[in-house]
Each structure stands twice: as C-alpha cells, then as structure tokens.
Design a protein around this ligand. Structure first.
Ligand code: SME
Length: 163
C-alpha cells in the first residue's frame, strides 16, 4: 500500500471527502491494531493540518493516552474530567469553541484554543476510547467536523473491534 497521503479540496468538507478513503485504506492494513491506529492519527493530523490528534483509551477509572500525533500530552484523565472525560461520561461528542469557557478543561498545551472529542463505542454501547482533536484556533470545529469525524470514529471502531 502507498504510504503517501494526498489531501485535496478548498473547504474542510472537500478535504474530509478526499481524506476518508485514504483512512479506510489505512484501516484495511492487517498489521498490529496500534500501528494502524497510529497511521490513522497521522493521516488526520497531517491531512487536515490539525494541532493535535489522538486517542485516549478507557482503562478502569481513567483514560490513558494512546496513539497520537502532535506535542507531548497528558497521559491520564480521570472519569468525567476534562472534555475527554465528559465525552466518556456523557457518551456524546463535545465541541468546545473556546477551551477557556469549558469548566474543568485539561490544558495539555496552552496553545490549544478549541477542540472536538468523540466517544468510540464497543458493541455493547460502552465507551472504549475517545478521539480528541485540538486546534490552535478558536471556534475551529463545527457540525461538518462532527459529521466526518463520526465516520472516522466508525472506522476506528472497526479496527479496534475487528478480528
Ligand atoms: N484537553 C483535553 C485533554 C487532552 S489534551 O488536550 C491532548 C481535555 O480537556 O480532555
């Protein structure tokens, strides 16, 4: 498989549409799941030019840092804490337009201004990880991101839960 990534499009939506088939191709790789997830994080970060992209994995009462791309990040997030913990606890996507307005936001980097976090579920509807994407820009995420990142979350679910 080609290891190069090529994203085209002027709008965010066009860029997601260009990137998604490439992420699907990466997901078909039968290598170790963590290798595949690392590649998907790299494709999202570099394909969409985000500041930080990563997965936090549910382990007991914490989220533990998993495959990611970007600056050094917090390694443990307690249940319900921060945006990631809120997405886990509430089983829903959070879009935070200004992290300073989100009570309990965990600042892994002072450069992060806005973020989107999507829960990823197992077959029983339990959250097994969160997909966290951070931006250096305020109000950088909206329903378009949610729509396409939900598709990415679905691909990640298949990678994690697949045999
Ligand atoms: N800001 C996140 C923590 C993770 S880092 O940004 C990479 C949060 O509040 O959950």
């Amino acid at each position: 498989m080609s290891e190069s990534l090529h994203v085209t499009g002027n709008t965010r939506e066009e860029q997601y549409l260009s990137l998604l088939p490439q992420i699907e191709a990466l997901a078909k790789d039968k290598a170790a799941k963590w290798a595949v997830l690392g590649n998907i994080m790299a494709a999202l970060k570099y394909g969409m030019n985000f500041f930080w992209v990563g997965l936090y994995l549910v382990k007991d009462e914490h989220l533990i840092l998993g495959p990611f791309q970007g600056p050094v990040a917090c390694t443990q997030i307690p249940f319900g804490k921060g945006v990631c913990g809120a997405a886990w606890k509430n089983k829903k996507t959070f879009i935070v337009q200004d992290v300073n307005d989100f009570e309990g936001h965990i600042a892994c980097s002072s450069a992060t201004k806005s973020e989107i976090v999507l829960p990823i579920f197992d077959k029983n509807g339990e959250v097994i990880m969160t997909l966290d994407i951070d931006s250096e820009l305020l109000t950088n995420f909206n329903e378009t991101d949610e729509k396409y990142l939900m598709q990415v979350a679905g691909i990640i679910e298949q990678v994690v839960l697949g045999e």
